[in-house]
Ligand binder design. Structure first.
Ligand code: BG6
Length: 304
């Protein structure tokens, strides 16, 4: 389908001044959502939320100054949508890391201004010859982003094939923090996790909050509770509530891995932490034909 122009998108779904489409970084099309409570940016490339700032606070999402903004490349930061596999593809490591959704051009499907003053945008990605070259199944993804005092993101996956499929999914959220070495993440106490920095060894978090003192790459299992990120440097607490998600991934690349990533500044690692709402590994989804699944995350800023 030929890509809709910015003018056509604004005519069909624009709600100026609350929702306006424009050319963003690298000329990629983005929606700018503005409400009395917050601002946000959502790119059609990857259905990628790159920015969320409630009034009176610093941006809540981290986006790298070195990120590519280019079709065919992922955006580094914000909220990459990961589907249908997480990390390297198990049966084919030459396939793109973290699946196809973050590399695809999504279409804008619906917009709405709510009585509360919040504004909502839905984006869709349906299987096509391009996606079938990478993954043989038929599906429809819908990401609904609601912006107000909180940022709400809901990812719906529908199986439109004749047969069942297995898939993984994540809202791979990069949070901005003052200094990752000083943050405490709560909500994962007592949970088991797979440590990707230690050959996927299964470990337990114990009763301590998560702190970051080295490269950290963990898949927490069976986690449904809300998580909080306490940030003494920015003097704020970020609260993440979720539904339809069995895992939380915690990731910070630390020094060496940051240096090895071409689209991430060498000195940016202290200013971010990924806390990802997902269904991956042992909690991958199995969807029968005609079935769908909804996973959602709500992010808000509070006082510590
Ligand atoms: C995390 C993974 O979710 O994403 C890490 O657990 C990975 O292993 C990280 O390094 C970043 O991946 P990418 O493909 O965006 O560089």
């Amino acid at each position: 389908m030929p890509q809709e122009s910015i003018q056509q998108l604004n005519r069909r779904l624009g709600l100026a001044p609350s929702l306006v489409f424009e050319a963003g970084e690298g000329g990629l099309t983005r929606a700018v959502l503005r409400t009395p409570a917050a601002d946000a940016h959502v790119y059609l490339h990857g259905a990628h939320v790159t920015h969320f700032r409630p009034r009176g606070t610093a941006p809540v999402l981290f986006t790298s100054a070195r990120s590519a903004f280019e079709s065919g490349k992922p955006i580094r930061g914000g909220v990459p949508v990961i589907f249908p596999w997480f990390g390297p593809r198990r049966d084919d490591p030459s396939s793109p890391m973290h699946g196809l959704a973050r590399l695809a051009g999504w279409s804008a499907a619906a917009s709405q201004l709510l009585d509360s003053g919040d504004v909502e945008l839905s984006l869709e990605l349906a299987s096509s010859p391009d996606t079938r070259r990478l993954w043989p199944h038929d599906f429809r993804l819908r990401l609904t982003v609601r912006v107000g005092a909180a940022l709400e993101m809901a990812l719906e996956v529908a199986n439109t094939s004749q047969t069942a499929f297995d898939c993984e999914e994540a809202l791979h959220t990069y949070f901005a923090v003052g200094d990752v070495r000083r943050v405490q993440v709560r909500g994962l106490e007592g949970c088991d996790y797979l440590d990707k920095t230690d050959n996927l060894a299964r470990k337990n978090q114990g009763q301590q909050p998560v702190t970051i003192v080295a490269e950290t790459d963990r898949v927490y299992l069976e986690t449904t509770a809300a998580c909080t990120i306490d940030d003494p440097v920015l003097a704020r607490r970020i609260v993440i509530e979720k539904s339809g998600s069995a895992n939380t991934v915690v990731w910070n690349p630390w020094i060496a891995k940051a240096r090895a990533m071409p689209d991430f500044g060498d000195d940016e690692w202290p200013n971010m932490i990924c806390l990802e709402t997902c269904n991956v590994g042992p909690s991958a989804l199995r969807l029968g034909p005609g079935r769908s699944h909804r996973m959602a995350a709500t992010v808000r800023v509070g006082q510590m």
